[in-house]
Design a protein around this ligand. Structure first.
Ligand code: SAH
Ligand code: SF4
Ligand code: F3S
Length: 471
């Protein structure tokens, strides 16, 4: 039996939380914690939470309830369990979590992750600790990097947070309160981390930020570099064949970024560009600071720069005061754009945001009905987009085992899941594939090169019916 302590991290919410969970695990490695996928095995449980909608936030409390039973059973043993709540619920509700959930030992917000070892020591000494300050020190600099082995184990695609926080204050959104002010990491720091990832075999990096295209990091020349310039520098790193970034705000798509889409082969032709709504009145009330026509003009410019680009978006239905006409404007915009994929949500009033205080909240059943109409249209568009790739020849990055024996799972340049009959050695490689079958949420392809000839084809063009797809 090893006496290494074990940490179990459960991640909710956006990709930034996925990235943060790994960084927390990395920060605990020097403290003797190994990571485990088995809750029952853990000495330390961290719930990395999301506050974006009420449902997301409430999930945490039911999870705490379940874990409490495990924790109670271990209380008098030689291996007591420590329960910590991190992430955006921690930041937003700090003390309230302590009141509502006595089983929680430690609550800490996203800007304190580098202090986790120290906070744990305090919690271990018997205190219940709440740490939700938004400090100004450079958390990223203080967080240790993952070892090469750990990076390798995490796979051939990786997230890399380059910008955090938000100054935009859309009236529905908690992010500016849970993540704090917008901060960009310096160029050298980002390039270092990207090089380390590439050295460990990572082939695709997705740059993350709540407004990633507002990125303006200090460059080695002392000037502020925008995202376009950063992407150019990343594309020069040997081994990094694919670059993506998310999430973008329509107001921050500058010319340099647009040019990067035109000029960089490594920058994948896929852009998540949330618009939220199609009615100018609602956009105004949401404080998005652009109109539907401006968004459409932007889409045209992006498509002119990179004609094969696939667009994805986020939508909110039932923002306070949204009428049937407003909603129809959203449907019209969706029809005009044609999305390859999208996420859509019922408006959820969040405590402390201006939207929650507005009169004219839209009744639940109206929201549900609008969401169903919007999702029907969006999923029709996603299927049409997938169908348009039937017969197409494309590069696929193999990133995981396939669904069936003998298959590998990969991604198309447009972020579609692709299942291909392929030898396991191709894991982590990019190969040309021809698409033979398409489903609502994935494609089935066949290798075109030598490896295909080396194996019996066998592909029966089967696309398993997949549940879900949030769009
Ligand atoms: N920074 C991104 C969005 C981050 S939050 C942007 O500006 O587009 C991710 C998505 O959650 C948002 O795009 C929005 O569609 C949804 N969302 C945020 N707050 C919400 C709320 N109060 N109710 C419902 N959906 C919400
Ligand atoms: Fe939230 Fe708006 Fe900031 Fe996006 S831009 S994180 S929606 S406040
Ligand atoms: Fe949720 Fe926080 Fe991300 S609220 S969406 S985890 S930034």
């Amino acid at each position: 039996m090893s006496d290494a302590k074990k940490v179990f991290v459960r991640t909710y919410g956006c990709q930034m939380n996925v990235y943060d969970s790994d960084r927390m695990t990395d920060a605990l490695a020097p403290e003797g914690y190994a990571s485990t996928d088995t809750l029952e095995d853990a000495d330390l449980v961290i719930l990395n939470t999301c506050h974006i909608r009420e449902k997301a936030a409430e999930k945490v409390y039911s999870e705490i309830g379940r874990i409490r039973k495990l924790k109670d059973a271990r209380a008098e043993t030689a291996r007591p369990m420590t329960l910590a709540v991190a992430g955006c619920v921690a930041q937003a509700e700090g003390e309230e979590i302590m009141h509502r959930a006595p089983a929680v030992d430690l609550v800490f917000g996203p800007q304190s992750y580098h202090r986790l070892p120290e906070l744990l020591k305090r919690a271990g000494a018997g205190d219940r600790v709440v740490e939700t300050d938004l400090p100004t020190e450079d958390k990223f600099k203080a967080l240790p990097a993952a070892s090469r082995e750990v990076t390798l184990k995490r796979g051939v695609t990786a997230f890399l947070t380059v910008q955090e926080g938000c100054d935009k204050f859309c009236t529905f959104c908690v992010v500016p309160y849970t993540r704090g002010a917008e901060v960009s990491r310096p160029i050298a720091q980002v390039l270092d981390e990207a090089r380390r990832l590439a050295d460990a075999g990572v082939r695709e990096v997705t740059l993350l930020g709540q407004n990633v295209n507002a990125y303006h990091g200090k460059g080695p020349d002392g000037a502020d570099w925008g995202l376009g310039r950063l992407l150019h520098a990343l594309a020069d790193i040997p081994g990094l064949d694919r670059l993506r970034y998310t999430t973008s705000h329509p107001r921050d798509m500058d010319d340099e970024l647009m040019a990067a889409h035109r000029d960089l082969d490594a920058l994948m032709p896929y852009l998540h560009l949330p618009v939220q709504a199609g009615s100018d009145r609602i956009l105004g009330m949401m404080n998005r600071k652009h109109t539907a026509a401006e968004y459409m003009a932007l889409v045209e410019r992006i498509r002119a720069a990179r004609p094969d680009i696939a667009l994805s978006g986020d939508f909110i239905v039932g923002f306070p005061g949204e009428t049937e006409d407003d909603f129809r404007a959203t449907m019209k915009l969706v029809e005009e754009v044609g999305y390859a994929s999208a996420f859509s949500f019922k408006y959820s009033p969040r405590p402390g945001t201006p939207g929650a205080a507005l009169d004219d909240q839209v009744p639940e059943e109206v929201k549900s009905e609008r969401l169903a109409r919007l999702q029907a249209l969006l999923s029709q568009q996603q299927q049409a987009f997938n169908a348009s790739k039937r017969g197409a020849v494309m590069d696929v990055l193999f990133e995981k085992p396939g669904r069936f024996e003998g298959q590998l799972g990969g991604r198309s340049p447009w972020l579609q899941a692709v299942h291909v009959e392929a030898p396991a050695e191709l894991f982590g490689e990019i190969r040309q594939v021809v698409i033979e079958d398409v489903g609502p949420n994935s494609l089935v392809g066949r290798l075109t090169g030598d490896e295909a000839a080396a194996r019996p084809s066998g592909a029966d063009g089967r696309v398993a019916a997949e549940a879900g797809g949030r769009a």
